[in-house]
Design a protein around this ligand. Structure first.
Ligand code: HEM
Length: 198
């Protein structure tokens, strides 16, 4: 933590920056898989393309088969959601273990000297972490858990899109506001670090 006149200037260690950017890049890639699934590679869109193509031929394929085919076409792309999901399980495990070794402490929202803005910021992280844990656990149960849990877990898991978009929006806005108000240089510190490390 900063001392005296540099109270507000948090120094980000190499470990902190590596974990931060690994998680950020993984979320970005994960968002791309979700985006593709909801748009270009949406099973109804793909099924409609196949049906449209087949309507010029004498082939007859049922709606069920069309959806099945569409899912098969989407699968190689969607596998990346699952690979990245496992990577995030690894990264967040590291992220939640290292505070025990004095790195990347989870920020405490209960401090009584905190301004309303700081409290909001710290609560945002806590709520985000709780949501991420729910996504990771439900994702793992969908993939590895018993079959009877698949449906209810999927119903919870797909809600992840809402907090994900909300967090990314809030986080980027927050960092930009900090950079242009009272924490000038925060963006370069999280990118390139600083000589004085913590
Ligand atoms: C923080 C991490 C994660 C987030 C934010 C997330 C987000 C999402 C979202 C938004 C969807 C729905 C896409 C749609 O609307 O069709 C989805 C589906 C899915 N996710 Fe994740 N995911 C995460 C981690 C994981 C992990 C760790 C796994 C497994 C190892 C996983 C496996 C799946 C599967 C199998 C589906 C398809 C569910 C279905 O068929 O309805 N996800 N995920």
């Amino acid at each position: 933590m900063g001392k005296l006149n540099i109270m507000k200037e948090t120094k980000y260690s190499n470990l902190y920056r590596i974990i931060h950017w690994a998680i950020a890049i993984a979320f970005l890639l994960l968002s791309i898989t979700i985006f593709l699934r909801l748009t270009w590679m949406n099973k109804y869109n793909v099924a409609a393309i196949i049906q449209n193509y087949l309507s010029g031929t004498d082939q007859v394929v049922s709606q069920e088969q069309l959806i099945d085919l569409a899912k098969k076409i989407r699968q190689p792309m969607w596998n990346w959601h699952i690979y990245i999901g496992y990577v995030l399980v690894g990264l967040f495990s590291i992220r939640f273990i290292i505070p025990a070794f004095g790195h990347m402490k989870i920020q405490n929202p209960f401090g009584n000297k905190l301004s309303a803005k700081m409290k909001f910021q710290k609560w945002t992280y806590i709520i985000f972490y709780l949501c991420v844990i729910v996504s990771l656990v439900t994702g793992l149960i969908i993939e590895l858990g018993p079959k009877e849990y698949k449906k209810p877990m999927e119903e919870i898991h797909v809600l992840g899109i809402y907090y994900l978009i909300a967090f990314i929006g809030l986080h980027l806005a927050g960092v930009l506001i900090a950079e242009f108000t009272d924490q000038k240089g925060i963006i370069s510190r999280i990118v390139s670090g600083s000589k004085k490390e913590n």
